[in-house]
Design a protein around this ligand. Structure first.
Ligand code: NOJ
Length: 559
């Protein structure tokens, strides 16, 4: 048998940059980020050194949930531009030798979707209602929800319909907000339409998809109440075995197109075994590593999560992408400056500012990106983390858009604190984000020191650290082993080797000496006489390794 070498797929070690479109860059001056703004900033992304973009939903939508409430999966919302502009963007991304993945939202659509409007207008008994989950309420007058399932945003997962003649009708299921009715995946129209959407974007050049709320589209068909004392691994509305058929079909469809496409799922489930089922060889390629994102800044916790995330099979690097923040979470720089530095995945958002030590958060965020980018497998960055943006915790209540901030009994600002538009340039808001004076969410005036323009000129900035790390990673890490070996440098130190490459992170209060006979390539904070300070990381190679030009902590080259 002749030896055949098959190169790893492009996404295996890729760094993705998440574009939350409405907050990235505004090109038409209406205060909301859009395709024109993104296209104009492609050189910035190329210069940053990422390999691919993930663009959050850009489809037509009333924007009740930031575009995750979709009316037409195959058309661009006018707020963001046109389908022609999306096609141009895809072409320009490829010309820049980057890739792009798009969001798919299989679980639900918008209440304004033509199907739901039809279901409401055609009235009781209409077959158009079978595309959703309509059920009579409980009790003599049907005034209680059909079961006890909760909405992910709080309150019941059911809303009662008012029929066209004003009488109270059945209830419809929405595992997210009442603006987002759940689709019934037993209906052939749902499967056909989903496949149509996938083909539509693959034919326009999408390099893959991020699947929203991946464990939710299939429900236990009898819609039972949650069993008393049910374990979180056995909920009737999540992670049903038949859901995997959807991802097998999606994989078969994308594999039927020429080229290499990447599928990543938002699979936020409690156990490793549950998550692993979504990345079987004929399903998605990858999930997000939510335990890593949610972890507190503690050496033993992160080490355990990293160990659990690396497959036992030595030839397969992590099947969960490393990620520190996204558009649903508190920005990690802020979390890392708090006493409780973990992110709570149960949907509780903090009301008002907590005590945060920004100096600590900043140092840890710098250390965290070197840890993240040293791990084998894909990584996702959330826009603005490369600028060291903190969570904005004092948005005026009237400015808040996120529906998670508007539910009864939920804290005031929901997820908007991480969605504040990026500061690009200038000394005052809107910091070059828009040509209009006002961005859709107010930016803190204190961000004048965090603009991309300012950081560009500062060798010690977060932006320059990210650029240096990404450049070194793309040049030197592809050839490193995809397995890592832990080194024992004490309980407060995370240290591992990938071949001759070493990554060290000091979580302890005292500086630690670097191992002998190593060459330093990058550090997140300046060394103190070859000692790594608290909350800092370093990238080293063992002496004798054919060393690339070294980069000092500020990203400049030295001989
Ligand atoms: C997960 C998305 O990331 C989030 O922003 C959205 O609200 C829900 N899914 C519902 O689509």
């Amino acid at each position: 048998m002749p030896f055949r070498y098959s190169a790893p797929p492009w996404w295996r070690q890729a760094v993705f940059y998440q574009i939350y479109l409405r907050s990235f860059a505004d090109g038409n001056g209406d205060g909301v980020g859009d395709l024109a703004g993104l296209r104009a900033r492609l050189p910035y992304l190329k210069g940053l050194g990422v390999d691919a973009l993930w663009v959050t939903p850009w489809y037509t939508s009333p924007m009740a949930d930031g575009g995750y409430d979709i009316c037409d999966h195959r058309a661009i919302d006018p707020l963001f531009g046109t389908t022609e502009e999306a096609e141009s963007l895809l072409a320009e991304v490829h010309d820049a030798d980057l890739r792009v993945i798009l969001d798919l939202v299989p679980n639900h659509c918008s209440k304004q979707h033509p199907w739901f409007r039809q279901a409401v207008s055609e009235g009781p008994g209409s077959p158009s209602r079978d595309r959703f989950w309509f059920r009579p309420g409980k009790g003599p007058d049907g005034s209680r929800p059909p079961n006890d399932w909760p909405s992910q945003f709080g309150g019941p997962a059911w809303t009662r319909l008012t029929e066209a003649d004003g009488t109270p009708g059945p209830w419809y299921l929405h595992l997210f907000s009442h603006h987002q009715p759940d689709l019934n995946w037993n209906h052939p129209d749902i499967r056909a339409d989903f496949a149509h959407t996938v083909r539509f974007w693959l034919e326009r050049g999408a390099d893959g998809f991020r699947v929203d709320a991946a464990p939710f589209p299939v429900k236990n068909p009898s819609l039972p109440d949650i069993a008393p004392h049910a374990s979180p691994t056995q909920l009737p509305y999540r992670d049903q075995h038949q859901v995997h058929e959807i991802y097998r079909a999606l994989r078969a469809l994308t594999d039927s197109y020429p080229g290499s496409h990447f599928l990543i799922g938002e699979v936020n489930l409690p156990t490793t075994a549950q998550r692993a089922r979504y990345v079987r060889t004929d399903e998605l390629h990858c999930t997000f590593n939510f335990p890593y994102l949610a972890s507190s800044w503690e050496a033993h916790k992160l080490r355990q999560i990293i160990t659990d995330s690396l497959p036992a099979d030595k030839d397969t690097p992590a099947q969960a992408a490393w990620v520190l923040s996204n558009h649903d979470t508190v920005r990690h720089l802020t979390r890392y400056g708090r006493d409780d530095s973990s992110f709570h995945m149960d949907g509780t958002f903090v009301d008002g500012p907590l005590d945060t030590n920004y100096r600590t958060g900043f140092a840890r965020a710098r250390a965290a990106i070197l840890l993240t980018l040293a791990l084998p497998g894909p990584a996702f960055l959330f826009q603005g983390e490369e600028l060291g943006l903190p969570e904005v915790e004092d948005l005026p209540r009237a400015a808040v858009h996120d529906l998670a901030g508007k539910q009864p009994n939920t804290p005031a600002q929901g997820r908007d604190g991480c969605r504040v538009p990026l500061p690009w340039s200038e000394d005052t808001p809107p910091f070059g984000f828009t040509t209009n004076g006002t961005a859709w969410l107010p930016q803190p005036s204190s961000w004048h020191g965090l603009t991309a323009q300012r950081q560009e000129a500062d060798p010690a900035s977060m932006l320059r650290l990210y650029r240096a790390a990404l450049a070194w990673r793309s040049c030197h890490m592809p050839s490193l082993p995809t397995t890592l070996r832990w080194l024992d440098l004490g309980t407060n130190v995370l240290a591992f080797a990938r071949g001759a490459f070493l990554c060290l992170v000091n979580f302890g209060a005292h500086p630690i000496p670097l191992p002998h006979e190593t060459q330093v390539h990058l550090t997140s904070s300046p060394l103190e006489e070859r000692r790594l300070p608290q909350d800092a990381s370093a990238w080293l190679t063992r002496s004798g390794y054919p060393a690339p030009p070294s980069l000092s902590h500020d990203g400049t080259k030295s001989s």
